[in-house]
Write a protein that binds this ligand. Structure first.
Ligand code: SAH
Length: 397
């Protein structure tokens, strides 16, 4: 098997079970590994460290799949890891798999670059690294076996991460026949249509489940502004919990159409749910100029920073919308604000929001610190797996 020899002292992160090997940490590549080939990783001292797969085009040149020398990257390996991941979700949700949940969260589940979401009996998967691509058939089979009643596995390997690896996008069924149109899931007792073919990510933002439930508890009688609403996740939770009115903004016509459909299917009066196709940055400014205000505002923007290098510019974007939103809050109003940029730490995000509060001349209390749903598992050895951070804030006057 080809081998990677690390530079002196570069084994430290691996000894702490971090699964990434950057190109700069490698002193020598022995043999000629093809993309996705398993490689044995050795410290400069000659000590065996791990078994990884090779990604020649990525700055993360290899990703570790096992720190156990006895473990081969074969069918049985895939079944063990996938079963462990599924079993964790079962325990997390009281013994039964919910009909909409994340089953595999990449490195968090010891499966670098593998994502699997469950929407009823359909699983939507992403294989985002060369190693994941190599094990694709085994992983799909392992998922089929691990999820009773699974009728279809649909692949949505069409993300930027995959392009960065030098892999072509792939979209289509791996097994079974996917639904023609949308499929329906229930989240916190609310019905949602999910478009697994065209929707963002695998079709739905499962990572906000608990935060949407919390938003629901704050919604009764309130006038709600949901910015970056996508298919209405937060909007529907506000309506289901007695919000007086909701105004939901997104730039995507398709997302808004599905959001409106979700309002209809849940039987909520359409006059309580207004939708606006607009750029949130512009819309917030126009509300400020028109002196329009709200009791409850949600800011759940797309990723502003993909990399550390984009963080400064991204920070200005976050500050801008948070400043505007805080100005639009009525006294006693609340803001749910998020960042899903992996490079943004909870600390930095809190500082940005603090700056925004200062500039908005608002006295703001942090009621809850928020994060991604727990089925988007973060391993202690891989804190990078946490990408969603958020704050539930109250403007005191
Ligand atoms: N809160 C949503 C997920 C939001 S995803 C949920 O719970 O499901 C981010 C959304 O922002 C996407 O739907 C995207 O279409 C939209 N978007 C991106 N840039 C935007 C902009 N400048 N103005 C308005 N919407 C934007």
């Amino acid at each position: 098997m080809p081998e990677l020899l690390l530079a002196a002292k570069r084994e430290r992160s691996l000894l702490r079970r971090h699964p990434w090997i950057f190109s700069g940490a490698i002193r020598e590549v022995r043999g000629e590994p093809a993309p996705g080939d398993p490689v044995e990783v050795f410290a400069a001292t000659g000590e065996w460290l791990a078994r990884a797969t090779y990604s020649p085009e990525s700055a993360i040149r290899a990703r570790v799949w096992t720190f156990d020398r006895e473990e081969r990257l074969d069918d049985a390996f895939c079944q063990r890891r996938v079963q462990n991941a599924v079993a964790l979700r079962q325990r997390l949700h009281g013994g039964e798999l919910p009909q909409a949940c994340r089953l595999i969260h990449g490195e968090g589940d010891g499966l670098p670059g593998v994502i699997a979401d469950r929407y009823q009996d359909v699983l939507v998967v992403q294989f985002l690294t060369w190693g994941a691509e190599r094990l694709r058939v085994h992983l799909a089979e392992a998922l089929r076996l691990a999820v009773p009643g699974c009728t279809c596995i649909f692949e949505r390997s069409d993300t930027d991460a995959r392009t960065r690896e030098g892999l072509e996008p792939r979209v289509g069924p791996v097994f079974g026949t996917p639904p023609e149109n949308t499929l329906e899931i229930s989240e916190n007792g609310i019905r949602f249509q999910v478009d697994i073919r065209q929707g963002h990510k695998t079709g739905f933002y499962l990572d906000q489940r608990e935060n949407r439930a919390l938003l629901g508890t704050r919604s009764a009688g309130r006038d709600v502004l949901n910015c970056f609403c996508y298919t209405g996740g937060f909007t529907l939770h506000a309506l289901a919990n007695g919000a007086a009115r909701t105004l939901s903004i997104d730039s995507s016509a398709e997302a808004l159409e599905l959001a409106a459909e979700n309002v209809r299917r849940n039987g909520f009066a359409e006059d309580r749910a207004e939708f606006l196709r607009a750029d949130v940055f512009h819309a917030l400014r126009s509300f400020r100029d028109a002196r329009r205000d709200f009791d409850l505002i949600i800011l759940d923007p797309p990723k502003f920073a993909d990399t550390q290098g984009q963080l400064a510019k991204a920070s200005r974007g976050y500050k801008d919308i948070n400043l505007l939103a805080l100005k639009l809050l009525r006294p006693g109003g609340e803001l749910f604000t998020f960042s899903c940029s992996g490079a943004m730490t909870p600390d930095l995000f809190q500082k940005i929001v603090a700056d925004a509060a200062l500039d908005a001349h608002r006295d703001v209390a942090v009621l809850h610190e928020l994060r991604q749903a727990p089925d988007h598992v973060v391993a202690t050895a891989f804190p990078e797996g946490r990408y969603l951070t958020g704050l539930h804030l109250a403007a005191r006057h």
